[in-house]
Write a protein that binds this ligand. Sequence first.
Ligand SMILES: Nc1ncnc2c1ncn2[C@@H]1O[C@H](COP(=O)(O)OP(=O)(O)OP(=O)(O)O)[C@@H](O)[C@H]1O
Ligand SMILES: [Mg+2]
Length: 209
Amino acid sequence: MPPVSTTECRFITVEGIDGAGKSTHVTAMVERLRARGREVVHTREPGGTALAEALRELILHRPMDALTEALLIFAARRDHLRQVIEPALARGATVVCDRFTDATFAYQGAGRGFDTAVLAQLEAWVQEGRHPDLTLWFDVPPAVAAQRLAHARVPDRFEQEPQRFFERVAEGYRERARAHPQRFVMIHSDAPLEAVRAQVEAALAARGL
Ligand SMILES: Nc1ncnc2c1ncn2[C@@H]1O[C@H](COP(=O)(O)OP(=O)(O)OP(=O)(O)O)[C@@H](O)[C@H]1O
Ligand SMILES: [Mg+2]
C-alpha cells in the first residue's frame, strides 16, 4: 500500500459489528493523536449533534421499516457533517468517528437487505464527496462479539438481532473493505485487548499518525 501523507489522513472512522471492540479502542486512539499535537474531534454515528443524537434514540429503539431507518440515518449524518465534521476538517482538526457510512451499507444494506444502489445515491447526496481517509475495521466472528455483549448492556434494536443478521453485516463490511482497499485496514479483534491495541497503533503509525 502506498504511504499516505499525515495531512491527508484527518477523517478517521472505526467500524465493525456490535461488540467488535470499536469503542474500547477509540479513546486510546484519540489520546495518541492528541499527544502528537493534533486537535481531535471524537464523535460517533448515528449522533454527534443534538438533532442527530435525538434521531439515534429513535433509530435504536422505535420499530420502523428499512427505508425509514436509512432516511433517518442519513438525515442524522447530514446534520453531523454540516455542524461538526466539515467545520472541524476545515479548521485543520482531525475527526475520529465511531461508525460512519460503511455501517449503513453493512447494517441496512447487507443486514436488512435494503437496496445498496439507493444507499449509494443517499451517500452521494448527503456527503457531497466527503469520505473517510482511513477506516479501521474491527473484524471479529459474530459468535465472539455476541458473547462479549451478553453481559455488557441492555440490547438495542440491532443488538437484539439473531447471529445470522450479524453474519450478513460482517459480510457487508468485507464487501466494503474489498471495494475501498486504500482506506480500509482490518484489525483482527478476536484477540486479547493488548494484541488488538498493538494492531491499532501499528495501523496509525504506518500512516505517520
Ligand atoms: N479484545 C477483547 N477481548 C475481550 N473483550 C473485549 C475485547 N474488546 C472489547 N471487549 C469487550 O467487549 C464488549 C464490547 O466492546 P465495545 O463496546 O468496545 O464494542 P463496540 O464495537 O463499540 O460495540 P457497539 O457497536 O455495540 O458499540 C465490552 O464489554 C468490552 O470490554
Ligand atoms: Mg461502541
